[in-house]
Design a protein around this ligand. Structure first.
Ligand code: MG
Length: 222
């Protein structure tokens, strides 16, 4: 596994808990026929799901026939905090990067039908590719960043973090009330509309802001 290209920030050994937010963009909630949530939808990805720029997303064909891309801004947490007030939340941010919340949609649909947790759909090996991270000081406004994802050169998702239903401070305040945050935690902040299937041989490129963070991965069925 390659080390992340963050200058001085996080690398494989120091990623801690991975939190993800579902349905944080109204247009994406709609495209999957989900209601817009009143409070953040929070789930986790296990550490085995992490992979990096230049690596592969592996699709186990015996387990899933419908794997989707979800491009998301990822927030890296700098230090321990519990019940962090929203107006202090940015003090706990280390930086920002691009990530893909890879999802086995068919597996997730079955789990949802049975009201079961999404872990198996979201947490397969390589299902959380992340790009380089930049320190927060380099980002003027994290709520005004373009997000983009292309498959084989064709743009599939184009959004802006301005459209998140719950802002970065709101997410940090909400999560930390239930679960203390720690240095090295990552928060995947949700995806805009345009999610779709990825298949063997695809090349996926994703970016955040004006070249703040970028990621390129290929897809391989196994
Ligand atoms: Mg997602």
């Amino acid at each position: 596994m390659r080390n992340i290209k963050i200058p001085g920030l996080i690398h494989t050994a120091s990623i801690n808990t991975i939190f993800c937010i579902g349905r944080n963009y109204a247009d994406h909630a709609k495209e999957l026929n989900n209601a817009v949530p009143e409070v953040p939808v929070v789930f986790n990805k296990p550490i085995n799901s992490v992979t990096y720029d230049g690596a592969e997303i592996l699709i186990p064909e015996n387990l899933t026939k419908d794997v989707h891309h979800e491009v998301e801004m990822v927030v890296a947490i700098s230090k321990y905090g519990k019940c962090i007030p929203a107006d202090k939340a940015m003090d706990y941010v280390l930086g920002y990067g691009i990530g893909i919340d890879v999802t086995a949609r068919d597996v997730q649909s079955k789990l949802k039908e049975k009201s079961q947790p999404w872990t198996l759909a979201k947490g397969m090996d390589t299902f959380a590719p992340i790009g380089n991270f930049v320190k927060k000081e380099a980002v003027e406004n994290p709520h005004k960043l373009n997000l983009q994802l292309s498959v084989n050169g064709e743009i599939k998702q184009k959004g802006n973090t301005a459209d998140m239903l719950f802002s970065v401070p709101a997410l940090i305040a909400f999560i930390s009330e239930y679960c203390a945050l720690n240095k090295g935690d990552l928060i995947f902040t949700g995806t805009p509309k345009g999610v779709g299937k990825i298949s063997d041989g695809d090349i996926i490129k994703a970016s955040l802001g004006d070249n703040l963070s970028a990621l390129e991965v290929s897809v391989r069925a196994i």
